[in-house]
Design a protein around this ligand. Structure first.
Ligand SMILES: Cc1cc2nc3c(=O)[nH]c(=O)nc-3n(C[C@H](O)[C@H](O)[C@H](O)COP(=O)(O)O)c2cc1C
Length: 162
């Protein structure tokens, strides 16, 4: 098997631009969540999405225990929200307004859209797992622009005009 240089792996994968989500859940009345870019729409019939939590994530075991999670798609003016949820520990929800989705998972104020899911399956994949969510409800809540992550930095979307 070829040895892959980790720096090369990171810099190459960093060329792929993604949006940023915050995956949230509520366990024993406590909200939990973490920032992620590894979100993908997986299947329309049945409606499934996927997310890849790192084995090091301290929030994911709690979200797994909750058995459901909500994907919050961040808007371009929510970099501070991303920063708060990209840290381990502490009260990440401090100062934030949120409501509950049907599963009880937090829906953060100011997001573009959310996808509320039941955890359907989880597959081990190296130093991450692939978590599959069965969509329960989803909604576009805001007509803004997305927060994008590219080459280790943040930006926003601008359409190409002819
Ligand atoms: C833009 C961005 C994308 C990220 N994507 C992921 C991801 O897909 N999966 C993941 O487990 N962590 C991802 N992280 C890192 C977690 O947000 C970070 O490790 C966080 O501290 C985890 O919190 P926790 O320990 O409460 O789970 C990302 C961070 C940033 C800033």
């Amino acid at each position: 098997m070829p040895e892959i240089d980790s720096q090369l792996f990171r810099s190459t994968m960093g060329q792929f631009c993604t949006g940023v989500v915050v995956a949230t859940a509520c366990l024993d009345g406590e909200p939990v969540g973490f920032a992620a870019q590894s979100f993908v729409s997986l299947s329309l019939d049945p409606p499934l999405v996927a997310l890849c939590p790192a084995a090091t994530s301290t929030s994911w075991p709690r979200i797994r225990e909750a058995g459901s999670f909500c994907i919050n798609m961040l808007a371009s003016d929510q970099q501070s929200v991303c920063d708060a949820f990209a840290r381990s520990g502490g009260n990440k929800f401090e100062g934030l307004s949120w409501t509950e989705a049907g599963t009880g998972s937090p829906v953060l104020e100011g997001i573009l859209a959310y996808v509320d899911c039941r955890l359907e399956a989880e597959h081990e994949a190296g130093d991450h797992t692939i978590a599959i969510g069965r969509v329960q409800t989803l909604e576009v809540v805001n007509g803004g622009t997305p927060l994008l992550f590219f080459r280790g930095g943040y930006g926003s979307f601008e359409p190409i005009t002819a």
